[in-house]
Design a protein around this ligand. Sequence first.
Ligand code: FAD
Ligand code: NAD
Length: 479
Amino acid sequence: MNKREVDVAIIGAGTAGMVAYQRVRKATDNVVLIEGERYGTTCARVGCMPSKLLIAAAERAHDLKTADEFGVLAGDVRIDGRLVMERVRAERDKFVAPVVRSMEKLPEEHRLMGHARFVDSHRLVVGEHTEVHADRIIIATGSRPNVPGILKEAKDRLIVNDDVFDWQDLPESVAVFGPGVIGLELGQALSRLGVRVRLFGVSGGIGGLRDEKIRDYAKGVFGEELALSLKAETRRVERTGEGVHITWLENGEEHQETFGYLLAATGRRPNVDNLDIQNAGIELDDRGMPEFDPFTLRCGDSHIFIAGDVNNHRPLLHEAADEGRIAGDNAAAWPDVRTGLRKTPLAVVFSDPQIASVGLTIHQVDEKCQSCFAIGEVSFEDQGRSKVIGRNRGLLRVYGEHGSGLFMGAEMFGPAAEHIAHLLAWCAQKRMTVSEMLEMPFYHPVIEEGLRTALKNLNRNLRLGPEPAEGCMDCGPGV
Ligand SMILES: Cc1cc2nc3c(=O)[nH]c(=O)nc-3n(C[C@H](O)[C@H](O)[C@H](O)COP(=O)(O)OP(=O)(O)OC[C@H]3O[C@@H](n4cnc5c(N)ncnc54)[C@H](O)[C@@H]3O)c2cc1C
Ligand SMILES: NC(=O)c1ccc[n+]([C@@H]2O[C@H](COP(=O)([O-])OP(=O)(O)OC[C@H]3O[C@@H](n4cnc5c(N)ncnc54)[C@H](O)[C@@H]3O)[C@@H](O)[C@H]2O)c1
């Protein structure tokens, strides 16, 4: 077995691992970045980018199919599944290639291919060919789909997100299990591309929405175009000659339907269980997850750090990058460990309408403010710009603290949520009050005017500032 002695070993060459590597590199040349499978990252290969490519095709198809609303007659819209998937794969490959190239450009002594596992708190065995002794270690091993046992009965027709993006053609039908972020994004996109889809859930939730009022509204809107079984008890999953036959119980009645494939989007499992983590000498919780500080990413008071999806703290791309930076800086400077900047929570679901959440959830605000908070809201059904562009479905709810008037968080289902969420996240991070946010300029006619309406409503409910005039003429029509 080869032997290596390094200052810092990083396990996992995904986004968190690559960013951590760049930071460590500033302090030492004696570093190794270990990858067990392939270069290219989850985001570029099987995550953010290919999913958004599929969604982009679905949005084009949907726009064409609904263009007659504007008097634009597109005729019969035909979707060529082979061409759709060809573009998804080709564009995906263009995102993956530069990531792989940047990895391959690293000095050879900084790269190691092979699955890593802990032998003790400082020693890793990699691919059974190299033993690495590291002064400090960063775990950045990401996550993988978690598939409940019963779904495995779909056998060769069971797929996860990774498989979808290698399809050569679109299938006739897919049962999507898991109405969370991945299931909703992919399920709606496939449906809009002409695939027969049913979305199965267990708890009644959809798209990770936490505010019940928005969740109920969103369920109504998605239910108009998607077959939803959000509170289903799966009785049987059988691989038959035609595909996958599913029997489920819903509202006290048994239902059955056959699909070509079963897509499991039932959550993700951190890649901790394949590391022999029990040998690392760090505290584990009752689920076997390392205890760590989210501000330093350090596990207890050890020399081991954990960054990205693997710690399951905020499993999003920009958070993986931030955590890679913090863990990298701290591993480099160890034992001088510093707290890093954690940004305001921000999440976007690329459904249509989009879903976004910013800052604290309604339940967290309630807990933090001990019920001393108010809610402002706006419906986009009557919002001027949204009506003009035919996207007037949605609801935004903003939360503020009584007394201080501070903006605490928001949840949104509606048009341009990805953009409005950014404005809100920036205000939250700057700790702005709702009144200060209302001092900012709002153009006319734009979707952001809907945000202003929600903020004015919140200010009124916080009993701050002047009582807003009904039908404000300064604001123009349809705001
Ligand atoms: C379908 C889908 C869509 C998504 N869309 C979005 C989106 O739109 N926006 C967003 O912000 N986020 C999105 N995400 C989440 C985002 O992709 C992740 O948060 C991010 O990629 C996590 O990066 P990471 O570095 O933690 O993990 P990864 O990029 O997964 O890297 C981990 C690496 O560790 C390696 N590894 C694992 N175990 C070992 C081992 N024992 N030894 C050596 N190497 C190992 C793996 O092979 C992998 O290369 C999406 C995810 C999915 C699945
Ligand atoms: N746009 C984005 O930013 C984006 C997109 C995709 C993924 N992601 C990230 O990836 C993470 C994982 O996404 P995900 O969708 O896999 O997880 P998730 O936790 O969002 O959703 C999983 C869903 O599966 C349901 N479920 C669990 N067991 C089930 C069963 N047996 N039958 C039916 N439903 C079942 C859960 O109730 C939940 O609704 C997200 O939390 C997010 O951080 C982000």
